[in-house]
Each structure stands twice: as structure tokens, then as C-alpha cells.
Design a protein around this ligand. Structure first.
Ligand SMILES: [Zn+2]
Length: 348
């Protein structure tokens, strides 16, 4: 570790339980190899959370031995929904449930607290940006990609010419709430899946932990009487399905086959919308056993309908370093915001 006097940006990834932090040199080297986590204090409200982010900032500088004077900017990412400039949604959210969070400008507050320019991305966008720059390296600024990140919900991002497409209200790349065709995806007698957002048959209603719990498991457990997951509480059962899938369990494979098909149909929409160079899949599946991970990615690829010309140039890959993608993507966004001139943002 240690950057030998090179200016840096700091990436801060805010989550419901913890903050992770990283340091990226202006010439594209990450100075932190693993997670640097401290409690995020998000449930204690905005003021406590801003102090926790400041502690994460100080902590990662102490760890890397980088003096504060060398920090040029800070990148922050949080779960959404939030505006493009880091104002938490006025409707509240799962992570920011306390009323004081509604309409709170988390980016502006951190900028005032640290006295440094702070750029903002939602966590899905940050992970998408990280996947893009690691995958394409020196070519990143002339390539495009989409990333779908399967978690509690389904997040992600659209990257065009190396930059995240934010949208007018900051809500571009909300892949979870894009409607997908359900014919041939649902099994006979399976009810149309409903998303927490109120839509029926959007991508998140199938390809998310919430979708497994509410829509997929109830159907498949009824088809596999006596399956051990039936004895579990639903939210716990949803988290356990992946482990069963890794061991080749038939029910679990049915669940993940439906998720892979949903992602393939989502990517088919992307293929006709922005025609990206790369399609990334992120989330818990990245950490799964290699056989299961490869099976899943191949199934996503199989259900993505590309024209011959597209298939010749497109690649499918997993988002690397799932746990660190948020902080690293936030750091890349900060570097992009302040850097002039070309060259890769991440050295490979
Ligand atoms: Zn939805």
C-alpha cells in the first residue's frame, strides 16, 4: 500500500449496515485490496450517517498512509432511490426508512462535512461503472455496456462511452422495473409475478431475492412436496435457494433458470435499445461455486436474443469483486468527474 505522493480520489460505498471505502490514485491504481468496513449508522438518521462516512474516509486514508492533502475528490454511492445529485427519494426507501432521510441531500451534506468535491452514484450504477472499466481497461471510454445486479431488488446501470447514463431525474438504468415478456418464462399454472413497485411482470419481480420469496418459491415449493426449504421461513428460504442450486437441487435450478431467462429477456431489450458491447451480471451469483455461476451466465446468454452482427462483438461477463464494486465504482465516477484528458481510469 501507499501511493508515494500521487494525488488520489476516495470511494465511499454506503450500505444499510456498513460503509466500505477505497482509494484510487489519479493514474488508476486501487490502493486497497479488500473490504474496509465500518458501521454505516444509517438507521440512526442522516447526521450520524454523515459522521460515519467521515470516519470511513479518515479510516481508509490512515490505512493506506495517504495524507488528506492528496485527496482531490470523493465518490459516494448509496442504495436508491435517489436523484442524480444524491438527494434521497421523498418517498423513502428500504434503507433510508427514517423520516429525516426523505429529500435529504446526502451528497451535499458529505461535501460540506469533508470540504472536498463529492460526486454521487446509486449503488447499481457504481457497480456497473466498475465492471465496465475493469473489463475494458484502456478501451473503456470508447465502449458501452449494461449491468444487471441481482440483490434484494434488481439494480444496474447503462454505461455509454465510459460514463453512466444518469437520465433527467437520475433514474436511468432502473432495470428492475422494465417489463419483460412472460410467455414461455412462467411454468403452467404459475401466477404472474408482482414487483414491490406495483408492476406485474417486470424484471425484478423474477430476478431478485424479493422475487424468489414472493413469486418463485411459493410456486415451486408446491411442485416439490416435502422439499426441505418448505420448512424454512420464506425470507430465509429465499436466501438459501442459491446454496441448493450450487448442489444441483432440481427446485433451485428451476428458480434460477427462470431468473436467467428474465435477465436474458431484459438484455434482449437492451440489445435493441443501446446495443452495448458488454452485458454484465452481478450480485450474489458472482460468489457462487464456479459450475453454478457458469451455468447461470450461460443461461442468461442463451436467452439473450442478439442479431448475428451483435453476437460477433458482444461479450457476457460477471461483475468482478462484488463486495468492492460499489466503492470502486464510486471512486471511478469521482475520478471521471475531475479528470481532463484521455487514458484509462483503471490500470490493468
Ligand atoms: Zn418493479
Amino acid at each position: 500500500m501507499g501511493g508515494a505522493g500521487v494525488p488520489v480520489v476516495v470511494g465511499l460505498d454506503n450500505g444499510g449496515n456498513s460503509n466500505n471505502a477505497t482509494v484510487l490514485t489519479m493514474d488508476g491504481r486501487f490502493l486497497v485490496d479488500g473490504l474496509v468496513e465500518i458501521p454505516s449508522e444509517v438507521r440512526a438518521g442522516p447526521e450520524a450517517a454523515i459522521e460515519a462516512l467521515a470516519r470511513a474516509f479518515d479510516g481508509v486514508l490512515a490505512l493506506t498512509g495517504v495524507p488528506r492533502e492528496l485527496v482531490r475528490a470523493v465518490g459516494l454511492d448509496t442504495p436508491g432511490p435517489a436523484s442524480a445529485t444524491g438527494v434521497i427519494s421523498s418517498r423513502g426507501s428500504t434503507n433510508f426508512s427514517q423520516p429525516a432521510w426523505r429529500g435529504y441531500d446526502v451528497r451535499g451534506a458529505l461535501e460540506r462535512r469533508l470540504g472536498l468535491p463529492v460526486s454521487y452514484a446509486n449503488d447499481g450504477n457504481a457497480a456497473a461503472l466498475y465492471a465496465h472499466h475493469v473489463h475494458f481497461g484502456a478501451d473503456a471510454m470508447s465502449r458501452s455496456s449494461v449491468a444487471a445486479i441481482v440483490g434484494t431488488g434488481l439494480g444496474g446501470g447503462v454505461v455509454e462511452a465510459g460514463r453512466v447514463v444518469g437520465g433527467a431525474a437520475g433514474m436511468a438504468g432502473e432495470f428492475g422495473h422494465v417489463h419483460i415478456p412472460l410467455d414461455g418464462l412462467l411454468a403452467p399454472g404459475q401466477q404472474s409475478p408482482v414487483c414491490a413497485c406495483g408492476f406485474t411482470g417486470d424484471a425484478e419481480s423474477v430476478a431478485s431475492l424479493t422475487g424468489i420469496e414472493r413469486n418463485l418459491l411459493p410456486y415451486w415449493l408446491a411442485r416439490y412436496p416435502g422439499h426441505p426449504l418448505a420448512a424454512e421461513e420464506p425470507s430465509r428460504a429465499a436466501k438459501l435457494v442459491r446454496g441448493y442450486g450450487e448442489r444441483g437441487d432440481a427446485l433451485a435450478r428451476q428458480v434460477f433458470a427462470q431468473q436467467a431467462m428474465a435477465l436474458g429477456r431484459l438484455f434482449t431489450i437492451a440489445a435493441n435499445f443501446t446495443d452495448p458491447h458488454a452485458y454484465f451480471v452481478g450480485g450474489g451469483v458472482v460468489e457462487a461455486a464456479p459450475e453454478f455461476r457458469d451455468w447461470f451466465l450461460a443461461a442468461v446468454r442463451e436467452h439473450t436474443v442478439l442479431r448475428e452482427e451483435q453476437a460477433a462483438v458482444a461479450t457476457f461477463a460477471l461483475v468482478p469483486e462484488r463486495d468492492m464494486a460499489g466503492a470502486r465504482g464510486a471512486a471511478i465516477a469521482a475520478l471521471e468527474a475531475i479528470r481532463v484528458g484521455g487514458g484509462p481510469l483503471v490500470a490493468r
